[in-house]
Design a protein around this ligand. Structure first.
Ligand code: ADP
Ligand code: MG
Ligand code: MG
Length: 249
């Protein structure tokens, strides 16, 4: 589904990704772990098409298409979706309106036409239930006055409604207490599907007790230096990144 090959990315003149190679198949959940500043957020931002990143070498393809040639909207329409590490507040725009506009933009781009309102409400209410969110959240401005945990739940709610093919989630566990993290993890687990892949960026192993990844990659200094299964995350928890950095050096 996603193929990243020898990706080099520069931000403001500094090379951040230095030859990163990664393959994600449909149906898989991959976790990217690594120390602060390794380039984890840069990777998902480049795939999603955020501004400010210069690709100097390498390729990214999604279902065989050249992602780097696609505009940010085209990537979203193709089913690549990045949640926000720091979700933005959008005063004056109701949550329900944003969800509906985003879903219908996707459907129209695919030639499916807008979803009828009753069907949309049914879908949203079902997903709200998964996220243990009250219906009043729909009428509030996007993320305005939401607690950290509510913003994360709202982010997963967006994913559940939009049903991307590749869902990229950056540090969705940061700042969550254990109960909120379980709700968020349940939401992510309910996204798992044969025709969907999930890329989880996380600094801590804790989240991976609840969302068990198929593959774990360790990103250090712009490259994936080690890959393994869920067991690798447990080793990192026990030994930290230092052992890995030393063995790579
Ligand atoms: P991680 O998510 O692994 O903590 P990031 O991808 O956020 O790492 O950042 C990797 C490096 O790139 C860091 O040194 C960071 O300071 C730098 N960086 C990332 N984004 C920017 C930016 N917009 N401007 C300048 N430097 C940036
Ligand atoms: Mg190279
Ligand atoms: Mg980051």
């Amino acid at each position: 589904m996603l193929q990243v090959n020898d990706l080099h990315v520069t931000v403001e003149g500094n090379e951040i990704l230095k030859g990163l190679t990664l393959t994600i198949n449909a149906g898989e959940v991959h976790a990217i772990m690594g120390p602060n500043g390794a380039g984890k957020s840069t990777l998902s931002a480049v795939i999603a098409g955020k501004d400010g990143y210069e690709v100097t070498q390498g390729t990214v393809t999604f279902e065989g298409k050249d992602v780097l040639e696609m505009e940010i909207e085209e990537r979203a329409q193709a089913g690549l979706l990045l949640g926000f590490q720091y979700p933005v507040e959008i005063p004056g725009v109701k949550n329900i309106y944003l969800l509906k506009a985003a879903l219908n933009a996707q459907r129209v781009a695919r030639g499916e036409g807008e979803m009828p309102a009753p069907e949309f409400m049914k879908l949203v209410k079902e997903k709200l239930g998964y996220m243990k969110m009250d219906a009043s959240f729909l009428q509030r401005a996007v993320n305005e006055g939401f607690s950290g945990g509510e913003k994360k739940r709202n982010e997963i709610l967006q994913m559940l409604v939009l049903q991307p093919k590749l869902a990229m989630l950056d540090e969705i566990d940061s700042g969550l207490d254990i109960d909120a993290m379980k709700v968020v993890a349940d939401g992510v687990n309910s996204l798992r599907a044969q025709d969907r892949a999930i890329l989880l960026v996380t600094h801590y192993q804790r989240l991976l007790d609840y969302i068990v990844p198929d593959k774990v990659h360790v990103l250090v200094d712009g490259r994936i230096v080690k890959s393994g299964d869920a067991e690798l995350a447990k080793q990192l928890e026990a030994n930290g990144y230092e052992g890995i950095e030393e063995s790579v050096a």
